[in-house]
Design a protein around this ligand. Structure first.
Ligand SMILES: O=P(O)(O)OC[C@H](O)CO
Ligand SMILES: [Mg+2]
Length: 241
């Protein structure tokens, strides 16, 4: 929530930053949407953003169960078969993954200023490798990476498991959740951050219903709009034009 100084409550407390990946740093949510539209078209059903909102950010099998159950196709297609079918299509798309606007600038800035940063994604290792294969140098700036198939991540977002595991692995961890801000695009991810006792900056897709914004501490249209000073973090340096 905004405070009277125009900043955000909790301002000045933040020492560590956790980034989500899909839809936040990488423009990969569109690939899931594309493939899911193709599969549902076979059943003459549309894929819409109310279903997308319930799936995004979750571990693959958890999202798959939502998909077949919410669309009423579970008698024809199991969650497991859905995953097998979409896998072939996703594997071709993921190596093309591109960065979201502002992702590189923000990661490089925080890293250069010595703010510990890490990644916490519901993606499992194989998909993480495919999605980041063109961005290895940037992702190497993360202090650590916690993936959806990590043994400590018993349940996917909105469970706090992944963010609590991420907090533990910082140097000198576990870091107090009140000192951590999480960047997320998904309702389940924002909820996971709040369930972990952390602050959440949400950068939602504009097609996501705005009722999902309420749980976040700050909503941004783009990472380009993030002002580190709102959180007591070192400001961007002005570049001469
Ligand atoms: O948003 P992420 O990075 O947690 O990824 C989750 C799924 O793989 C895609 O929704
Ligand atoms: Mg995401």
């Amino acid at each position: 929530m905004a405070d009277s100084s125009g900043g955000v409550s909790g301002k000045g407390l933040i020492t560590h930053v956790i980034f989500d990946m899909d839809g936040l740093l990488l423009d990969t949510e569109k690939y899931y949407t594309e493939v899911q539209e193709i599969i549902l078209a076979r059943y003459n059903k549309p894929f819409d953003w109310s279903l997308k909102a319930k799936m995004m950010g979750k571990k693959a099998i958890e999202a798959a169960r939502v998909f077949v159950e919410e669309t009423g196709i579970s008698d024809s297609l199991t969650a497991e078969d859905f995953l097998v079918e979409r896998e072939a299509m996703l594997q071709k798309l993921f190596p093309n993954s591109e960065l979201m606007p502002g992702a590189s600038r923000l990661i490089r800035h925080l890293h250069a200023k010595g703010i510990p940063i890490c990644l916490a994604t519901g993606s499992h290792r194989r998909h993480f490798e495919l999605k980041t294969q063109q961005h290895g140098e940037l992702f190497s700036l993360m202090h650590h990476v916690v993936l959806g198939d990590d043994p400590e991540v018993k349940q996917g977002k909105p469970s706090p498991d992944i963010f609590l595991a991420a907090a533990k692995r910082f140097e000198g961890g576990p870091v107090d959740p009140h000192k951590i801000v999480v960047f997320e695009d998904a309702p389940s991810g924002v909820q996971a951050a709040k369930n972990a006792g952390m602050s959440a900056v949400m950068v939602p897709d504009p097609r996501l219903d705005s009722s999902y914004h309420d749980a976040a501490d700050q909503i941004l249209s783009s990472l380009l709009d993030f002002n580190p000073s709102d959180w007591g973090l070192p400001p961007f340096e002005l570049t001469a034009s």
